[in-house]
Design a protein around this ligand. Structure first.
Ligand SMILES: *Cc1c(COP(=O)(O)O)cnc(C)c1O
Length: 217
């Protein structure tokens, strides 16, 4: 079932777009089945789940943290995480920097943008993203590496609205690239979930986060 879902979803995703299999709330057995089917990148949204699942999987499994991250949970996930999608404040970024330094690691991250009229209240507004360069420069935080932007579209059936949200995210992503011209590694635009990932890809997504259409019956 999971294998069939993965094959179907991968067939719809062009080369150059990375699939994150969002395994939150799903048991290790489901993750193992996806791994057997060739999937290597998994997304979790709770620190307490990630730190149980990650050590139980083969070491070439990659873990992305996609949920709201509390500063007091940062230390626990640092050993396992390959990319944090959900950096929504400079305070959180400073904490990740401190903990990554302590672990002698460099951690890749995305700023989370908030454009959608959805219930999630996390993420930086377009205005806050525009003001970032005056508040933060990569040299300030040598143990983290900015790789791009993550965002969500409004939770609606209105496809025009979804498309407009993704285009706004794409604009913010390009603004971020221009804001940090010497940082050439800003190459990840993480947007698109089970219901809207094909629209997101049309709008320029380079990384989709798909959960329920892989793991649910
Ligand atoms: C749960 C979640 C997803 C996956 O959503 P599905 O609709 O199950 O594909 C993607 N991104 C984030 C941030 C999530 O919390």
């Amino acid at each position: 079932m999971i294998t069939d879902n993965l094959i179907r979803i991968k067939a719809g995703i062009p080369e150059g777009v990375t699939l994150v299999a969002v395994s939150k709330y799903h048991p290790l057995s489901a993750i193992q089945e996806a791994y057997q089917a060739g999937q290597r990148i998994f997304g979790e949204s709770r620190a307490q789940d990630l730190i149980i699942k990650a050590p139980a999987m083969p070491s070439d499994t990659k873990w992305h943290f996609i949920g709201h991250l509390q500063t007091n949970k940062v230390r626990s996930i640092i050993p396992y995480v390959d990319l944090i999608h959900s950096v929504d404040s400079l305070h959180l970024l400073q904490t990740i920097e401190r903990e990554a330094a302590r672990a002698d690691k460099i951690v890749d991250f995305l700023f989370q943008a908030h454009v959608a009229m959805e219930e999630t209240k996390f993420g930086l507004s377009q205005q806050e993203l525009a003001e970032l360069p005056s508040k933060w420069q990569p040299v300030d935080t040598p143990h983290v590496r900015l790789r791009g932007l993550m965002g969500m579209a409004s939770n609606t059936d209105d496809e025009r609205r979804i498309r407009a949200d993704f285009m706004a995210l794409k604009d913010s992503f390009q603004m971020l690239q221009k804001s940090y011209p010497s940082n050439t590694q800003i190459d990840i635009l993480s947007m698109g979930m089970s219901d809207d990932h094909l629209i997101a890809i049309e709008c320029g997504s380079t990384m989709v986060r798909v959960g329920s259409s892989i793991f649910s019956a």
